[in-house]
Design a protein. Structure first.
Lengths: 67, 271
């Protein structure tokens, strides 16, 4: 397990998980989430190939429809 | 001597001049048939004028000349806000309940240029919350909002873009805009726009919305900031879906929070 901070909370997650894995664990639709990893924006096309490391800071901002 | 502005024209006056003492003021603009504003507020004729003050004199029931009109429209503005907004430009993506209200507020305030982006047409179900009229049904939203904005403030430059924003065209569409407002309907498009602007347009600031459906109390709206360059307004929960509609009141509150954030950014009041 590794320690990360996700949406402001300290969490422990399995090693070698991708951004996509984390989004699924939070039961979010990957197509509606804006992801910031260590203050860098990760695009949807990079969710699968971006790995989370120890002490990473992850922000998942989910969008809902209506406008 | 001091310089003040009367109806947009610079005028030199003696120091300690009171408003009532301006030459011919009482003849030309007697109070019964005119309205006078001093620095954005109803004038007290006994007030003394100071350097750079702005006076606007509006004659009732008279159609003003085009060269005076612009200063008359901004007569109730906080001083010097109009000048800054006039130099600014804002891109609005989506001209529905959010975007149509945002465009109207920014035009009323005198933003110099608006880029209006929407691929859609006006249809009857829009009328419950969007700033369109029944005689505009099936027009392009870009054409319909242009018609309305020109009636409100013809001094705003408009750039109409009746196409859909995609990952492929977003940089080309928005690269000249520092201030961008995301006002689209779909959650997938919203997240694509916010991510793309933050990632691909490193000097732009974007204001989005998420969670504005229903008639829940507007005090449930919060702001979330992403990477210092995106601010999102809404409750992040109440989406438009079966059984939960979009309503004029709550959508317009969110729209005007977004528009106000854009103005605050332009005026340098948000960092």
């Amino acid at each position: 397990m590794i320690k990360v901070k996700c949406n402001g909370k300290d969490s422990e997650i399995k090693k070698n998980q991708s951004v996509m894995d984390i989004i699924k664990q939070y039961n979010l639709n990957p197509k509606t989430v804006v992801v910031e990893l260590n203050r860098n924006i990760i695009m949807y096309s990079d969710f699968e190939n971006t790995t989370i490391h120890e002490n990473d800071i992850i922000e998942l901002i989910n969008f809902v429809g209506g406008g | 001597m001091i310089k003040i502005e009367i109806n947009g024209k610079i005028t030199t006056l003696k120091k300690t001049t009171q408003i009532k003492d301006i030459d011919n003021l009482t003849d030309k603009y007697n109070q019964d048939n005119s309205i006078i504003y001093h620095n954005g507020y109803s004038a007290n004729l006994l007030d003394t004028l100071e350097e750079n003050d702005k006076l606007v004199i509006i004659k009732k029931n008279i159609q003003p000349s085009v060269d005076e009109l612009e200063s008359l429209i901004s007569a109730r503005h906080t001083p010097f806000v109009y000048e800054k907004l006039k130099q600014s430009k804002v891109a609005i993506i989506g001209l529905g309940g959010l975007g149509s209200n945002i465009a109207i507020s920014l035009a009323r305030m005198g933003v110099g240029k608006l880029k209006l982006i929407d691929f859609d047409h006006v249809e009857p179900s829009n009328i419950n919350r969007q700033q369109y009229f029944l005689d505009q049904l099936w027009m392009h939203k870009t054409d319909a909002i242009e018609e309305t904005l020109k009636r409100i403030n013809p001094f705003v430059e408009l750039e109409k873009t009746p196409i859909k924003v995609t990952e492929e065209n977003i940089v080309e569409l928005l690269k000249d805009y520092e201030v961008i407002i995301e006002a689209v309907d779909g959650a997938v498009t919203k997240s694509m726009i916010i991510s793309s602007v933050l990632k691909l347009l490193p000097t732009s600031y974007i204001i989005g919305a998420s969670g504005i459906a229903g008639v829940y109390d507007t005090s449930t709206f919060v702001y979330k900031t992403i990477s210092d360059r995106a601010i999102i307004v809404g409750d992040f929960e109440h989406e438009a879906r079966k059984g939960s509609g979009l309503m004029a009141t709550r959508v317009a509150v969110a729209a005007n929070i977004q528009a106000n954030l854009a103005v605050r950014y332009i005026l340098g009041e948000v960092k």
